[in-house]
Ligand binder design. Structure first.
Ligand SMILES: *Cc1c(COP(=O)(O)O)cnc(C)c1O
Length: 355
């Protein structure tokens, strides 16, 4: 049986969170002399960003932003955590659940590198269960065998980075049902997939944590805002651990404005997906391309004859891609982000001239 209390570290169970001035007084009007701010103002003009009071601490719980996200995601605000990128949510998962030098987590390479880096920073052991070659699906039996009494988290990236494929729901479901720890599904690229987010499954699985981000489809990588969705008790733990003011006032205001433009983002997603399918065909026709993997994301993994030489050639022509050829199961592979139509045309022109 999944029991959140058994899973949490003792220090986190006992933790009395920092109580900020803005936690205690919720009103928006008043003479604020509670947080040692500068009441005179800020020495920069905030006009561009509307009405941000930059001399004031931001809302620690980001209630306005979560209110808008709640409508878009169809999820109560109590099930939403906002972090300084998804990377903050990943780090908090380790700090909440994994006892350093004792507990372990499972990751399935090739996948997003931050899970392992965050584990190393937190001195938590990583058990690697590679994906199945070529299909890049989860190796369900080996994952189940790899679980130990001190396994706290299983990280699954869907659609997966850098392979681009989705992960079978049947397998995820088995893990959610058989594993008493937390199953983390990273949906950073879900907006580009042909299937939907697992958000509705949060009602069925108390051990499910979903990660999403504003860095990819939403075009706000520079802002550093990521999201975690989970049961209310898990979100409460996240909020206890996070730095009180982890999303700054400017970011909160920009996200509020951005969330009004869902249709702009949806149009970009359509265009990116169309470009992705166009590029799959174009890549397949290039003589040095051995394989173009299917993708549910905004990038393509492409296997070529000499990846390092091709990488260098493109770099010389000021086209920057990601060399994944040294990554487990990605021998010979380069990863291309889908750019604008104009950018993609330039890349294709360069590739057609490559010998
Ligand atoms: C890009 C990416 C993220 C986003 O991280 P942020 O910290 O939110 O920018 C998360 N997970 C995966 C798999 C990614 O590729």
């Amino acid at each position: 049986m999944f029991d959140l209390n058994n899973l949490l570290r003792d220090n986190i169970k006992k933790l009395v969170p920092y109580s900020s001035a803005r936690d205690e007084y919720k009103g928006k009007e008043g003479i604020f002399l509670d947080a040692n701010e500068n009441s005179f103002g800020a020495p920069v003009s905030a006009l561009e960003f509307g009405s941000i009071n930059m001399n004031r601490y931001p809302d620690p719980m980001q209630i306005d932003v979560k209110g808008k996200l709640s409508k878009i995601k169809g999820l109560p605000i109590e099930n939403i955590f906002l972090g300084n990128g998804s990377d903050e949510a990943i780090d908090i998962l380790f700090r909440a659940f994994c006892e350093p030098a004792k507990d372990n987590v499972i990751v399935c390479p090739p996948t997003y590198g931050m899970y392992e880096v965050s584990a190393n920073i937190n001195d938590v052991a990583v058990i690697k269960v590679p994906l199945l070659p070529e299909s890049f699906q989860l190796d369900k039996d080996n994952i189940l065998r790899a679980i130990t009494s001190t396994t706290k988290l299983i990280f699954i990236c869907c659609p997966n980075n850098p392979t681009g494929n989705g992960v079978s729901w049947d397998t995820i479901k088995v893990l959610l049902e058989k594993f008493n720890g937390i199953v983390v599904i990273d949906e950073a690229y879900i907006n580009f997939a042909s299937y939907r987010s697992l958000i509705p499954e949060l009602l069925n699985y108390p051990n499910l944590v979903l990660l999403q981000t504003l860095s990819k489809a939403w075009g706000l990588a520079g802002l550093r805002v990521g999201m975690a969705f989970a049961s209310e008790p898990i979100i409460d733990v996240f909020n206890k651990i996070k730095p009180p003011y982890n999303i700054n006032a400017v970011s909160q205001q920009i996200v509020l404005d951005a969330l009004d433009n869902v249709s702009v983002v949806n149009n970009w997603i359509k265009e990116i997906v169309a470009e992705r399918e166009r590029l799959i065909l174009a890549f397949s026709k290039l003589p040095f391309v051995k394989k173009v993997y299917k993708s549910d994301a905004n990038f393509l993994l492409v296997k070529v004859g000499d990846p390092v030489q091709l990488y260098d050639y493109l770099a010389k022509n000021k086209i920057v891609i990601r060399d994944r050829s040294k990554v487990t199961l990605c021998e010979g592979c380069l990863r291309f982000t889908i750019g604008t139509k104009e950018e993609n045309n330039i890349v294709m022109d360069q590739l057609m001239q490559y010998k």
